[in-house]
Design a protein around this ligand. Structure first.
Ligand code: MUC
Ligand code: MG
Length: 370
């Protein structure tokens, strides 16, 4: 049993190592909405909520996550005692619709606190880790083909990553296909290259694009068409041998059920923010497993806290398409004492109680928006 006493939130702005260009926004900075959950008996849990490009990716901005917690969720939760995340989610969902990014930060903080109180890692609260090393790809998204090739070659030579995702969809199809195939050719046949269109194509463009990318040896196409077009996604998944990864189209277990039931084949990108937390994201994973849909550990470009929260959940699953939990590597600095260990295309899951991560208070204060 854990009693929540108080919640405090900060908006933390950290510059990216280079501009990160997606179909809907170019990021030069990431905002981490950090929450500190003070519980009885001196137990403290930390959580994080992020999105991409303000309100250009999803319906919750970092500012809105902070407001939802301070104005609505904090008065609801403070003073309450919970046996675990099931009861916490039940109470939050009964009074607050949507706002899964804010809820994800709170579920993360609760799991961190509960793990610390029980002396076990968060993964143990979620079913137990199958492995403490998880595969991690890197996204090449400088917006420039030559720069992406140089970056990919450097990371391959350093042994940091062996799989890459490309962000396309901002330019016309011919330019995007040329870009993707040039990178594929330059990095070599052994290297798995995937593309994320972030909903930018209509169905007709997607048919043409998928056919050219399939011929060019691209391994996976992520969210080619708008999130509302479930029938289109199902049709594309049945038409091509090039697999489709559903991302924006699949947030909760209900979305996953509808897609799988409609005949979707391919994979689902799990994200703690889309689902409302690490434990909620596992519900979608279990629907996918029941339907024979493959899994992928997705990111909302979280900092270390959100990345580790996701890793604890992903470690309990067999991820056929690996993960993209590279968020901390995209940021120039961090607010944790010990950064994560990324090497050989993998990241190590921290072993300590809770998330297994310690906040650097000075860094938090330095980067917090005043
Ligand atoms: C997305 O849509 O997958 C993940 C990696 C990246 O570069 O952007 C995100 C968002
Ligand atoms: Mg995506």
């Amino acid at each position: 049993m854990l009693t929540i006493e108080s919640l405090a939130c900060w908006l933390v702005d950290i510059p990216t190592v280079r501009p990160h260009k997606l179909s809907m926004a170019t990021m030069g900075c990431q905002t981490l909405m950090i929450v500190r959950m003070q519980c009885a008996d001196g137990v403290v849990g930390w959580g994080e909520g992020t999105t991409i490009g303000g309100l250009s990716y999803g319906a919750e901005s970092p500012e809105a996550m902070k407001l939802a917690i301070e104005t609505y969720l904090s008065p609801l939760l403070c003073g309450q005692t919970f046996s675990g995340v099931a009861a916490l989610a039940e109470m939050m969902n009964a009074s607050v619709k949507g706002n899964t990014f804010a809820k994800s930060a709170l579920e993360t903080a609760f799991l961190d606190a509960q793990g610390k109180a029980l002396g076990v890692p968060v993964s143990a609260l979620l079913g137990g880790a199958l492995s403490d090393r998880l595969p991690v790809l890197w996204t090449l998204a400088s917006g420039d083909t030559a720069k992406d090739i140089d970056e990919g070659k450097r990371l391959l030579a350093e042994g940091r990553h062996d799989t890459f995702k490309l962000k396309i969809g901002a330019r016309d199809l011919a330019t995007d296909v040329r870009h993707a195939l040039a990178i594929k050719t330059a990095l070599g046949d052994e290297v798995s290259i995937r593309v994320d269109v972030n909903q930018a194509w209509d169905f007709t463009t997607a048919v043409k694009g998928m056919s050219q990318l399939q011929d060019g040896g691209i391994c996976l196409v992520e969210q080619p068409i708008p999130l509302w077009d479930q029938q289109g996604l199902i049709a594309l998944s049945q038409r091509f041998t090039l697999p489709i990864l559903a991302d924006e189209a699949v947030a909760t277990s209900h979305d996953g059920y509808a897609l799988a039931n409609g005949g979707f084949s391919g994979a689902f990108a799990l994200k703690i923010a889309k689902a409302g937390g690490p434990a909620q994201a596992l519900k979608l994973a279990h629907v996918a497993q029941a339907a024979g849909v493959a899994l992928y550990g997705g990111t909302m470009l979280e900092g270390t806290l959100g990345t580790v929260a996701s890793l604890h959940a992903w470690s309990t699953l067999k991820m056929q398409w690996g993960t993209e939990m590279f968020g901390p590597l995209l940021l120039k600095d961090d607010i944790v004492v010990t950064p994560l260990d990324f090497s050989q295309g993998q990241v190590t899951l921290p072993q300590g109680p809770g998330l297994g991560v310690e906040i650097d208070d000075d860094k938090l204060r330095f980067y917090a928006r005043k």
